[in-house]
Ligand binder design. Structure first.
Ligand SMILES: [Zn+2]
Length: 132
């Protein structure tokens, strides 16, 4: 399970809209399944179908997360024209079996968000709890 405050949900959706028509991506940090920080990353792919977090930004964020004694709980990205479900490319690029892959779909006016675990090429949906 991943617990996300509504304000973070809105921030991720806003990030996706800002990067539209390219995919937006970022990191989620926290503890005990509860997200406490959202790190917006630059999509080095600058693509409407894939994302690659800028490696220097990612390293900086991971250092900060460690310094705050938090964990990397998730990686989020947007889908601009498809549903909130991992693409085959997402699965191929999923290197972290222990984090949640959060996808926000901007396909409709109303952004929808889902969370998954991706391990050894297998996708498992995870409960995403939005709290106020
Ligand atoms: Zn994707």
């Amino acid at each position: 399970m991943l617990i996300l405050k509504k304000e973070f949900f809105e921030r991720i959706a806003a990030h996706g809209k800002r990067e539209f028509p390219n995919e937006a991506c970022g990191l989620l940090a926290g503890r005990d399944s509860r997200v406490e920080r959202v790190y917006e990353m630059t999509n080095a792919d600058k693509s409407r179908a894939t994302f690659l977090m800028d490696p220097a930004e990612q390293l900086k964020a991971l250092k900060e997360i460690r310094g705050l004694n938090l964990e990397m709980l998730g990686i989020y990205h947007s889908h601009v024209a498809s549903q909130a479900y991992p693409s085959s490319h997402d699965v191929a690029m999923a290197y972290y079996p222990d984090v949640s892959y959060v996808i926000v779909s901007l396909k409709d006016n109303n952004p929808s968000m889902r969370a998954f675990r991706i391990a050894e090429g297998k996708i498992t949906e995870e409960e995403l709890k939005i709290v106020s």
